[in-house]
Write a protein that binds this ligand. Sequence first.
Ligand code: BJW
Length: 228
Amino acid sequence: MSKVVVLTGAGISAESGLKTFRDNDGLWEEHRVEEVATPEAFALNPDLVYRFYNLRRAQLQSPEVQPNTAHYALAELEKKLGRDLLIVTQNVDNLHERAGNKNVLHMHGELLAAKCCKTGKSIPWTESLDQGNACSCCYPARRMRPDIVWFGEMPYHMEDIYDALYNADIFIAIGTSGHVYPAAGFVSQAANFGARTVEINMEPSAVESHFDEQYYGLASERVPEFLS
Ligand code: BJW
């Protein structure tokens, strides 16, 4: 059986109603990255960072935001391949899990989790945390922060991801612009280890030339087509 690694980015969730980062009307048009997505920003103005993530968390939990056909096609693929399919997502939403995927690694963290600034312990987000409550795992208690990987921080699960890339027969990147590392480098690593590499995106990404095959258009159409 083939071993498949799928890397997903904000483009797969765009048709579910969540904004991407770098497109026109994307999140980085309204917010300065340095003010909301760095550890320095959180140290300087935690309330602004909290507001940014509280809004996005509320949006994720609104009834209009649901998995789309691209998420469901990947859930079907997991039914066939089981643990031979690994989804590595840069997304902090939970749409893969809501579509039915279980083997998912969130390399940039999760909107619905908070972590202790001192110990790094991660807990599910509860409403009381919206005000930036102190944690209960250390003394003196430190403030909780969104469990999000900001610029300059080490993404999660890197060892497991590199292991999977090493063993992959196929590497598929969906809905990611290829601007943010280390994720943008995965295609080169997978290719070096001998995988067939496929890009599915609205437009050529910054690392498009590293892929063996490219399919452009809406993820909700191209992903089910490619996997059928
Ligand atoms: C559709 C569609 C539809 C739209 N259908 N497609 C110089 C060189 C190399 C690296 C660096 C460098 N200087 C600094 C760095 C490191 C830095 C980095 O990469 N910076 C670059 C900007 C240059 N990286 C880091 O700091 C990372 N950590 C790190 O490197 O640690 C050291 C390390 C060392 C060794 C090994 C490993 C690590 C951490 C990065 C953290 C990223 N955090 C963010 C924000 C937090 C999450 C959140 O708030 O949600 O994560 S930034 C943001 O970008 C977010 C995303 O996950 C990430 C990627 O964006 P994505 O998903 O690609 O979205 P877009 O908007 O860019 O693209 C969407 C695409 O979809 C577009 O192409 C559209 O066309 C397409 N699309 N609709 C199909 N319907």
